[in-house]
Design a protein around this ligand. Sequence first.
Ligand SMILES: [Zn+2]
Length: 255
Amino acid sequence: MILEKFYEFGIKAGDKFILHSSLRSLGNVEGGADTVIDAMLKSVHPGGTVFVPVSTFGKPFNPAESTSEVGWITEVFRKRPGAIRSLHPSHSIAGIGPDAARILAGHEMTTPMGPGSPLIKLAAEGGYIMLIGATHEGNSTIHCAHELAQVPFLNTFRDMEVFDYDGNVRIARALIPGCSSGFDNVEPLLLEKNALRISKIGNAVTRWMKGQDVIDIALAAVKKNTVFLLCQKPDCEWCAHAREIMGILNTADKT
Ligand SMILES: [Zn+2]
């Protein structure tokens, strides 16, 4: 059933995509996370590569062992035979397929979603994004727009422990990508450009789009209005801080 739904989106052999998901949103799935992962792998077979985020958000990072903090499907996925995990200390990504190693390589040398990062490479190679039971709040590729636009409020970092395969520990510092609660602002723009398909798999609203469309459309919106992707939640300190920085810069411009 899930596989047929994937085919309805037009997924075919050789495709690449990243899935952001909530297993619970699907309702009762026989076989659970493994059924979803099997459908992912089958839908792009042969020659395709599939990815999921396996972020750890600043918890101590051991690539072989650290539990993914972004849902059960991603945790089961990273333990699948053949799965490769990127080495970014806070926002690692896992992939299975012939292009996984190449796309995930060097993530520890880049910012989480910046130039050279897996999500930017995936988008540039025609990769797709699927959101199952997730809104654009979970659509990490939208962070790429902030990074590519070099918005001035992307200026906070965190330190975390990183373990290597010999068990040695060091401290790594990584950029905090920031709040994604306003990312649904992109949805009407995607729909307007006919760049988003929305359907249902089981009980879950499912979205399907091209990574590069998301980056292009979100980046254009941010270039036009720097605070476009910020949220309106009254208690969001990150977005309040971002607006404050923009306010200071705008005032400085006028003097
Ligand atoms: Zn916010």
